[in-house]
Design a protein. Structure first.
Length: 138
């Protein structure tokens, strides 16, 4: 399981989770997680000015999170823009973040949450496969 959305690398939220998903993808352990296809992944990758494939290559060459960030900085990106995006999380993606937190056990689920998450889990693998087909990673 990737780290929580709120974990940070040098103040940048979602970056540790994206790094974990890149490592999971390269190891064939991604399961139903999306790497590069989710709107949150896209948001961060776009602001970092890097494609999913280039990000995966950076992660593959880096021994740790600090080295990933260093390599991204060497490529160049608008750090202030990335930090503004990070500071706004989870606001633009509240529904997705809520689903992640419930699914990964970070938030106590109400009976209603359990019901709709149970229904989603029945279609999750197929739905994520469809997202990968119709929404190519940047």
């Amino acid at each position: 399981m990737p780290r929580r959305w709120s974990d940070e690398v040098d103040g940048i939220r979602w970056l540790p989770r994206l790094i974990d998903k890149a490592r999971m993808s390269s190891g064939g352990d991604l399961a139903s997680y999306l790497f590069g296809h989710s709107p949150i992944d896209r948001g961060l990758l776009t602001r970092l000015g890097v494609t999913t494939a280039a990000f995966a290559a950076i992660v593959a060459d880096a021994p740790d999170d600090a080295a990933v960030l260093s390599a991204l900085r060497a490529r160049g990106f608008d750090e202030a823009r990335v930090r503004r995006w990070s500071a706004r999380l989870p606001s633009p993606y509240r529904l997705i973040i809520t689903m992640i937190d419930i699914d990964e056990g970070y938030t106590h689920a109400t009976w209603f949450d359990r019901a709709w998450m149970g229904a989603f889990r029945m279609i999750e693998v197929g739905a994520m496969g469809l997202v990968r087909l119709v929404s190519p990673a940047p």
